[in-house]
Design a protein around this ligand. Structure first.
Ligand SMILES: [Zn+2]
Length: 405
């Protein structure tokens, strides 16, 4: 291999050639969602499909979405709800969430429009932002819901976050694991089999066929064997031996067992399958009905004020995606807003060029203190994870080789 092709090597199985969707701001470097507990440092990830006409799956799905018979879908929802609705005072569905616009919207329409009796369930942020904490309280106090918040062991959470950054440059993984697994576990413990999430991941990055079902694939939240689980890219065996953790320490990050889920007949549905979901409308609805408020200033790394506001580590989730895949927070958020016709592609491209990859400085030192990592070491890790086919160094600064236009 000669020197040039050596330096342009891809990583993580990303496609060598960077292709942007003609309609939105995503590129074929965008990973699809997969279960986090099989994520390892040498994994080959699957990425967004862009077809021969240059259009990505979420943009194609939008065409299909226009033709969906939403009245029919609502009938399907009513049938499902009627099957589960209880009138004995007990809960009949679970809505996981943090009090962001989407969980406000989902829980509120289920309770007040469809007459269900939801129990809301929260895997709290690692460190709430002020606005995140206020919105959480408003959801419960103004929206009017019972809530179980699981206050996990902060010492273990900070260690797992640190390990995830070191091995996967993925500071958000422990949160995602907890958030995806908590609701099905509570469903089992409280015997409330019906769980509703908001939108299907397929609307954003997964293969188009994933939209054809209302149910979340069980592989995302069920465990068959402890030996197949990795946290922060580290096997359970190694977590026990090298990091001296115990099963008790990590149990809240593990998915529920398949037999337990089957016994309770847990079903995890996407409400977005049954009702036409647009983030901006969920935002207006949450503002009106649950007192939801926006960030007082623009969120770092993007131009928006109302998306993913509750955790001080959120910005690092997007920043590390920018490092690994060349796609930051503005790219992700603007691609959705193009599809919802709130932005033109041209406007979005200008925003991406302006804000994408902006470093989330506001909470940087607090997060590093929390997980016990030196700020310089974090930057070193970022450089280690930059794929050569995406990044080049020019006059001492890292630059993306391919910019959206
Ligand atoms: Zn697209």
């Amino acid at each position: 291999m000669n020197k040039i092709s050596e330096t342009l090597k891809t990583r993580y199985g990303l496609p060598e050639e960077v292709v942007f969707c003609k309609r939105c701001t995503l590129s074929n470097q965008r990973p699809t969602s997969t279960p986090e507990f099989i994520n390892t440092p040498d994994r080959i990830i699957k990425t967004l499909h862009i077809d021969e006409e240059g259009v990505c799956d979420p943009c194609r799905y939008l065409e299909q979405k226009e033709n969906i018979n939403w009245d029919q879908r609502e009938k399907e929802l009513l049938f499902l709800l009627d099957t589960h609705r209880r009138n004995d005072g007990y809960y009949d569905c679970i809505v996981p969430g943090s009090g962001g616009k989407d969980s406000c919207y989902a829980s509120h329409i289920l309770k007040y429009k469809y007459g269900m009796h939801p129990l809301t369930v929260t895997w709290p942020p690692m460190i709430y932002t002020d606005i995140g904490w206020k919105n959480f309280r408003r959801w419960i106090d103004i929206g009017g819901f019972d809530n179980i918040s699981f206050n996990y062991n902060g010492k273990i959470h900070s260690l797992l976050t640190k390990i995830s950054i070191e091995n996967l440059l993925h500071p958000f993984q422990p949160f995602i694991l907890g958030q995806k697994n908590l609701a099905p576990k509570i469903a089992v413990k409280y015997n409330i089999p019906l769980v509703f999430y908001g939108e299907n991941e397929a609307e954003y990055q997964n293969p188009i066929a994933d939209n054809e079902t209302s149910m979340r694939n069980r592989s995302f939240y069920a465990m068959k064997n402890l030996n197949e689980i990795f946290l922060g890219g580290v096997s359970v065996k190694e977590l026990f031996e090298k990091y001296k953790l115990t099963l008790h320490d990590i149990q809240s990050y593990l998915p529920p067992d398949v037999p337990e889920l089957e016994k309770t007949k847990v079903e995890v549905h996407y409400l977005g399958y049954y009702t036409k979901w647009t983030p901006q409308e969920a935002f207006y609805y949450a503002t009106e009905n649950c007192g939801f408020q926006v960030n007082p200033s623009r969120t770092e790394g993007t131009y928006t004020k109302y998306i993913s506001l509750d955790d001080r580590i959120d910005g690092f989730n997007y920043y590390t995606m920018y490092i690994k895949f060349g796609l930051g927070r503005t790219t992700i958020e603007s691609s959705q807003e193009i599809r919802n016709k709130h932005l033109t592609r041209e406007e979005a491209v200008a925003l991406v060029r302006r804000f994408d990859g902006e470093f989330p400085m506001q909470y940087f030192h607090e997060i590093m203190d929390f997980i016990g990592m030196k700020p310089d070491y974090f930057h070193e890790l970022c450089d280690k994870f930059r794929p050569p086919h995406l990044w080049k160094k020019e006059n001492g600064d890292w630059k993306l080789r391919h910019k959206i236009s």
